[in-house]
Design a protein around this ligand. Structure first.
Ligand code: FAD
Ligand code: NAD
Length: 912
């Protein structure tokens, strides 16, 4: 009975076991089980033990297998991690060299390395830094491998790293010190659509350098990640094939290219698939190719190669990719293997499934050629949300050509600054009165705009025009309004380069934040277009049992005031307007005083795509203009996003007005926390905490302010955070490599300095990110700070900037800590990092926040879970995209027609 519960309901079984034995016992048993599972895929804990164990093997036909040793560990987050992995690789190369077998480089053991292990920011946008810091490490390793004449292979990782990997590889290939060596190797993934072209280039490179590379062809291990990243990043298409037969066929096409160029490529075919193995052999036979090898992973493919060796005497060498290391570094690798073995498309999975007939297991990919390029259930990124709502288009900053294009747009924008900016009332840019010069947070001396602020007279004029225009706008209907919103979305996408340049200067947005911002605005527009169409169409007929006909319709309330903050100067500005306009309201829009120009451009674009000029008016200015707008006697609603303090002021102003009681939609600040438990994946906590707390210079309502970490892992976590802070780059946000731009103004800077000073005396400032003196002197760049507090009482309100507070907690005190956080009265966002559902549930129940991000991801790769602090895949996170949001902009009207006889619902009237 116990066995059947354990098998059929493992969750229940473990819960009851944990209840009886206690968590520590279960934890150590699980660790033990992991170790056993790990041994299946890991050859040894140390390189020496792995070499010894491997050499003890007798493989097929009595032939000793060859090895490529891989030191477990990837994805360094700090320079300390990277240096530790670097040393491990050097030690491994030394050990393999010492035990080198005799013979040519192709017939001896080698090593495989992962470039993500060698640098904490191995990213295409950080190319200069990578070449300066990572390259010397990989060169040192390659020199050591060359000295002993062993194989040295650069593993393939995520596809956006391919170009960087190739650049590093080409540099190594052209190093004079590495000449006359056949061990330099690289891995190519056949699931990538570029694979064949990359191989052509490698052949060219080999011939150009007069050398032969070891090239391992794999299908690719990050498929799920590639699919999700492409969808999230709004790419035009996937970089990888979406059907398994397409990958299988591409593998064979690549194999042909490799086997046809034996002078430039020593081909290594890594597969556990019987059909692939046989097809490669066929191609080799057809081309008369000799001197190539097969490879398999340790723990996989033994039966296949044993069987192949029995059938083919001339099978040749089979090399085993042998991971080495301890269980601490095992998880990402292990999860990839488990995913691979568990995937129903996998050969190994089908092979082990007795229910799958042999002919299906070894099916030829050519049979499936009809449906090659498109998987029917995997929408391409632009179609992610179905036919009604195209996904917003992303911009791939990793591409050099894109970087250059954006640099040109920046130059063009900068060259014409400052720009005139003014109220736009009934389509007219109002002039007259003095102009205020708006300088950039990036550089005080850079004047972005000459702003003529709105006056109370402008407010009155705009109100009258908006009031007069509203009935016609409302009568236009949801479908026509939707069409305009969609046109606006398309216009934003067309103008994206200029909008990015503008936001870089006006609000100090980094390019990647700017891209997310434009996409969010586009998503809002398309989202509300669907809402307008579906909710503001024809009246809905309701049941009418008593001889009457009832209709329900939604319509605009009238004139809406929309007041927005500077930190999402386009997305929130546009989003508020889009919702209000979709519902049939006309709008008086007031952007934040720090970001009038982007709002000015947005309103002009709205008008350009055909929005009637009296429907939307722009009234830039400071809080006084906001106050004047909310005091207007007859506005029909206010949408506000900004600080809690101002929201309260507006609430009181509206309450004090005579006249009708109108809705106030207020989105305010947050004191956002993330709870981490001991099961959370260290690297992912670091990634998410750094991105959420310091991305956008901490100037997001959803930014992480308090990280709650368990005592057991706190020291390790804090060391990781410090190391990751050390590699953050501050600077001019027009540089794609910059992670953190300036804070919005001198006042914000002063407030943050005072807060950190206070923390230095009342708590402990653990660390600051590096900030160079020149930037520091400008008074707008604030070095991200890590502060340890001993109690939540030490912080009471949102501090809008890059300051992360950490608090250690004891497991037994979780409830107490969570309740204290909830009592702070903020409930914007909440993050949870755990692999335990129970922990996530417990925290979510204790802290009633609006947006909850639970990261249960265990793969070390992004699999459809947004990082904490992201605004949602679509940009329309639950806060504004929620199903009830749009109703607050609408008024509901029912119409009842009572006809003495013959009206009403026939079905309901039929009492008989
Ligand atoms: P099969 O079951 O025939 O193929 C499974 C593969 O097909 C999946 O992994 C995926 O790539 C592809 N696939 C599955 N479904 C789809 C779909 N719907 N659309 C498109 N493609 C699909 N991987 C790396 O990424 N980088 C490396 O450096 C690397 N080194 C390796 C070294 C060795 C020696 C070996 C044996 C493997 C290595 N791998 C590496 C892992 C390798 O990518 C996987 O083991 C391999 O994809 C499994 O292919 P197969 O032919 O054994 O199995
Ligand atoms: P803020 O409250 O200072 O200003 C917001 C807007 O209100 C500006 O346009 C400002 O001019 C206007 N305003 C100021 N005084 C006013 C008054 N008396 N009457 C009417 N309008 C007035 O906020 P900010 O500094 O621009 O933005 C940062 C704040 O916004 C942070 O607290 C952040 O958490 C919050 N925010 C919240 C969300 C969300 O979705 N919840 C999103 C972004 C920003």
């Amino acid at each position: 009975n116990v066995d059947s519960v354990a098998q059929n309901h493992p969750g229940e079984y473990f819960r009851s076991l944990a209840g009886r034995l206690g968590e520590p016992v279960i934890r150590s048993a699980t660790k033990h089980a992991m170790r056993i599972l790990g041994e299946q895929f890991v050859l040894g804990r140390t390189i020496e033990s792995a070499i010894k164990r491997g050499r003890g093997w007798k493989a097929h036909g009595g032939v000793q297998p060859l090895f490529s040793f891989d030191m477990l560990g990837e994805g360094a987050r700090t320079q300390a991690d990277a240096l530790r992995y670097h040393q491990k690789y050097l030690d491994a190369i030394a050990s393999v060299s010492m035990k080198r077998q005799g013979g040519a480089v192709e017939s001896v053991d080698g090593v495989s390395i992962k470039l993500t292990a060698l640098h904490p920011r191995y990213l295409a946008v950080k190319e200069a830094q990578v070449m300066e810091q990572l390259y010397p490490r990989v060169l040192e390793q390659a020199r050591a491998a060359r000295k002993a004449d062993i194989g040295f292979n650069l593993d393939a990782e995520e596809s956006d790293r391919l170009v960087m990997q190739l650049k590093i590889f080409e540099r190594l290939a052209r190093e004079p010190g590495l000449a006359d060596w056949g061990g330099l190797g690289i891995v190519i993934q056949a699931y990538q659509k570029r694979a064949r072209f990359v191989l052509d280039k490698l052949v060219e490179l080999g011939r150009d350098c007069g050398r032969r590379f070891q090239v391992r062809l794999v299908k690719g291990a990050y498929w799920d990640t590639e699919i999700k990243l492409a969808q999230m990043n709004g790419q035009a298409d996937f970089p990888v094939w979406t059907t398994k037969p397409a990958t299988d066929l591409n593998y064979l096409a690549c194999a042909r290219v490799m086997l046809a160029a034996p002078d430039a490529i020593y081909a290594q075919f890594a597969t556990h698939n019987a059909h692939t193995l046989c097809a490669v052999r066929e191609i080799a036979r057809e081309l008369g190719a000799r001197g190539y090898e097969f490879q398999r992973l340790h723990g996989m493919g033994e039966p296949l190669y044993a069987a192949a060796a029995e059938v083919h005497e001339d099978l040749g060498p089979v090399r085993v990719y042998a991971p080495v290391g301890s269980h601490e570094d095992l998880l990402p690798y292990l999860v990839r293997r488990l995913l691979e073995n568990g995937a129903n498309t996998s050969f190994v999975h089908a092979f082990l499934d007795k229910g799958v007939p042999a002919e299906d297991v070894a099916k030829s990919p050519f049979d499936a050629a009809q449906t090659l390029d498109r998987h029917p259930f995997i929408p391409i990124p632009p179609k992610l949300y179905g036919p009604q709502r195209p996904n917003s288009a992303g911009i791939d900053l990793t591409q050099k050509a894109v970087q250059e294009r954006l640099a040109r747009a920046q130059d063009a924008f900068d060259a014409c600054a400052p720009y005139d900016c003014s109220p736009l009332v009934s389509g007219e840019a109002l002039s007259g009165g003095g102009a205020v010069l708006q300088s950039s947070p990036v550089r005080d001396s850079f004047v972005v705009s000459r702003l003529r602020e709105a006056t109370s007279q402008d407010v009155g004029q705009a109100y009258e025009a908006a009031r007069a225009a509203q009935p016609a706008w409302d009568a236009l209907g949801g479908a026509a309004r939707a069409a305009l919103l969609r046109k606006m979305a398309d216009a934003l996408e067309r103008e994206v380069d200029r909008l990015l340049a503008l936001m870089v200067r006006e609000t100090g947005k980094t390019l990647s934040d700017g891209i997310a911002e434009v996409r969010e605005a586009v998503d809002f527009l398309r989202y509300y277009a669907v809402e307008a169409e579906t909710k503001f169409g024809d009246a809905v007929r309701l049941p009418g049992p008593a001889g009457e006909t009832n209709h329900l319709a939604l319509s605009g309330r009238g004139v809406f005031v929309c007041i927005s903050p500077w930190n999402f100067p386009l997305a929130i500005f546009t989003g508020q307007l889009a919702a209000a306009l979709a519902a049939g309201n006309t709008v008086l829009a007031k952007p934040a005083e720090q970001s009038p120009l982007i709002a000015f451009e947005a309103v002009k674009l709205y008008q350009k795509v055909g929005l009637p000029v009296d429907v939307l008016h722009l009234l830039p200015g400071d809080g006084a203009i906001g106050a004047a707008l909310t005091r207007l006697a007859h506005v029909d609603g206010v949408a506000f996003t900004g600080s809690t303090t101002v929201a309260r002021v507006i609430n009181r102003t509206l309450a004090a007005r005579e006249g009708s009681i109108v809705p106030l939609i207020a989105e305010t600040g947050g004191l956002n926390a993330m709870f981490v438990d001991t099961s959370a994946l260290h690297e992912q906590v670091i990634d998410d905490a750094i991105l959420s707390a310091f991305g956008s210079a901490g100037q997001r309502c959803s930014a992480l302010r308090v990280l709650l970490i368990p005592e057991e892992t706190a020291d390790h976590m804090i060391a990781g955070l410090k190391g990751a802070m050390d590699v953050l780059e501050l600077g001019d946000p027009c540089n794609p490599a910059v992670d953190v731009g300036p804070v919005i103004d001198a006042q914000a800077h002063k407030m943050l300095c005072e807060h950190v000073d206070r923390m230095a005396s009342e708590a402990t400032v653990l660390h600051r990110a590096p900030l160079d003196e020149v930037l520091a002197a400008q008074g707008r760049f604030f070095a991200p700070a890590l502060v340890e507090i001993s109690s939540l009482d030490q912080i009471s309100e949102e501090k809008f900037g890059p300051v992360l507070h950490v608090l250690r907690y004891k497991r037994a005190e979780l409830g107490q800590v969570a309740r204290r956080l909830a009592a702070k009265g903020y409930g914007l966002t909440l993050g949870v990092h755990t692999r335990l559902d129970r922990f996530a549930r417990e925290v979510c129940e204790l802290v009633p926040a609006g947006n909850r991000y639970v990261n249960r991801n265990i793969t070390g790769a992004v699999v459809g879970v947004q990082p904490f602090g992201g605004e949602g895949l679509s940009g329309t996170g639950p806060k504004a995209g929620g199903p009830h949001y749009i109703y607050r902009f609408a008024s509901e009207r029912t119409m009842t027609i009572n006809v003495a006889a013959g009206g009403g619902d026939p079905e309901l009237l039929n009492l008989g």
